[in-house]
Design a protein around this ligand. Structure first.
Ligand SMILES: Cc1cc2nc3c(=O)[nH]c(=O)nc-3n(C[C@H](O)[C@H](O)[C@H](O)COP(=O)(O)OP(=O)(O)OC[C@H]3O[C@@H](n4cnc5c(N)ncnc54)[C@H](O)[C@@H]3O)c2cc1C
Length: 447
């Protein structure tokens, strides 16, 4: 008979849910756990390699991270690399690519020089590169028809960069969790949570097709849907979700590594970058675009209902959106991104962005990457009428956690799962096997 009660229930079969299941199964004495995923396979949405840029973010080339955030992301990324190296038994989950931050024009050159000054001590392998260096590393970036391009160029270069197939990491971590003996590690596909209720000794999670699962602790890592589920039990009511969809264009193999551009610090999304695609040989992926859409999943019109339920038309959201539109740079950014997805015109206007990275790129070399897209759950704090810049967690110390994970949520997944593991074991009165955790991650679990 199917079990309906567990010590821990995890909602969401993406990288956040998968890494927590692994941590609990492999490094704690929690005995029974279940992960549910509403689709019939794992990593169907944002963690899949088709939905994100596959970058292991370290804070070195992301100009919108301040120094503290850069350091935090760098340390979080190390968990991901350590898992792949020490526990996955699959080195193909990562691929080494140099990473460049490219500055084009005097203003950007200045920004990048100042950034190097402020963060260089965090990254021993990061160097400043001039136009000639860039031509050696990425000839198609620095040269047109064999000569250096005319604009001033400067950059930061880190040869120690990685692309990660986060979807396959999710599957690998869940397989590892399921292989632990003497525990119940249940993974249920095609199982959708609809409502959460607090009970005397834990939580009851109602499922779409009848029945319910009971658990002592609950972690909801349902990506764009986490806030909606939190709100079914009266949590996170001061927040609204602002889904920002990101799509890509495919081009020929023109880059040796990842090339990022200078980002607008007022925006929480990466500026358009070029990345060799890990899953599509001889292809460079350019993007992502950033298009606000009233859906929690791209190409799933029914997910508009979830959006309506978790976006509130309040003074706080209205003021936040009004303030965004008041800013000329942001307004133009929003309009440009709407344009990128229009037929014919979209490709032409996107070409200009690509040519900032690869000036010789031609229109007929670019193709809109169909169904290669994801949605970032940005959040609006309604009380403070503010767009939140990064990931968010609702955790009031009462046995339930909700994770909302825009970029770089995949990079930080194991680090975030380590925090959740500490909270869950402390609520359950269970313990963490520190030695086994340290053997994989090379650090002690967070305090
Ligand atoms: C365009 C784009 C580019 C990005 N690039 C990067 C990058 O380069 N590097 C990086 O680190 N991050 C990147 N990110 C962010 C990264 O993809 C996400 O932070 C990460 O995948 C989030 O993982 P998750 O498991 O929290 O959510 P998801 O992968 O969205 O998984 C949530 C899961 O929950 C399931 N679910 C939802 N509701 C329910 C329910 N009611 N019941 C059961 N299951 C449910 C969903 O089906 C889904 O499988 C990017 C994101 C986008 C959109």
């Amino acid at each position: 008979m199917e079990q309906h009660s567990f010590e821990v229930l995890i909602v969401g079969g993406g990288i956040s849910g998968g890494t927590l299941l692994y941590n609990l199964a492999s490094h704690t004495d929690v005995k029974s756990m279940c992960l549910i995923e509403k689709y019939d396979h794992l990593d169907p949405l944002n963690s899949n390699a088709h939905s994100n840029s596959q970058t292991l973010h370290c804070g070195d080339i992301e100009t919108n991270y301040n120094k503290a955030k850069a350091e935090h992301v760098r340390d979080s990324a190390q968990y991901m690399l350590n898992y792949i190296d020490n526990a996955s038994n699959d080195p193909t989950l990562k691929r080494k690519y140099g990473k460049m931050l490219l500055a084009v024009g005097d203003d950007e050159v200045q920004v990048v020089k100042e950034r190097f000054e402020s963060i260089a001590d965090l990254y021993p392998t990061l160097t400043e590169v001039d136009a000639t260096d860039i031509a050696d590393i990425e000839p198609n970036v620095a040269k047109v028809n064999g000569s250096l391009r005319s604009e001033p160029l400067h950059g930061l270069y880190n040869p120690d960069g990685y692309a990660i197939d986060y979807g396959r990491v999710t599957e690998n971590a869940i397989d590892n969790a399921k292989s632990v003996s003497d525990k119940t590690v249940d993974v249920r596909l095609s199982t959708e949570a609809t409502k959460i209720t607090k009970t005397e000794d834990g939580f009851e999670v109602q499922l779409k097709h009848g029945q319910a699962i009971h658990c002592k602790c609950l972690v909801v890592s349902a990506g764009t849907y986490s806030l909606r589920l939190a709100q079914t039990m009266g949590k996170g009511l001061n927040l609204s979700v602002l889904p920002v969809s990101g799509s890509f264009y495919f081009g020929p193999e023109v880059l040796n590594g990842k090339v990022y551009t200078v980002q607008n610090p007022k925006l929480p999304f990466a500026a358009i970058h070029g990345d060799p695609d890990m899953t599509k040989p001889n292809t460079t992926r350019f993007g992502p675009t950033a298009l606000m859409l009233p859906v929690l999943e791209r190409f799933n019109a029914k997910s508009a209902i979830g959006f309506i339920e978790s976006f509130h038309f309040t003074t706080g959201t209205a003021k936040t959106l009004f303030d965004l539109m008041k800013d000329k740079d942001i307004r133009e950014f929003i309009y440009r991104n709407i344009g990128y997805e229009l037929p014919v015109h979209g490709k032409k206007s996107f070409l200009k962005e690509v040519q900032k990275i690869v000036p010789s790129m031609k229109l007929d070399e670019l193709d809109f990457a169909d169904h290669t897209t994801g949605v970032r759950p940005q959040l609006i704090d309604e009380e403070n009428a503010q767009l939140l810049m990064g990931a968010a967690k609702i955790s009031d110390g009462d046995g339930v956690i909700f994770n909302m994970t825009p970029s770089p949520g995949a990079t930080s997944a194991f680090a975030n799962a380590a925090e959740d593991m500490v909270a869950v074991t402390s609520w359950l009165g269970k313990s963490i096997d520190e030695q086994s955790f340290e053997r994989v991650f090379n650090v002690k679990p967070p305090a």
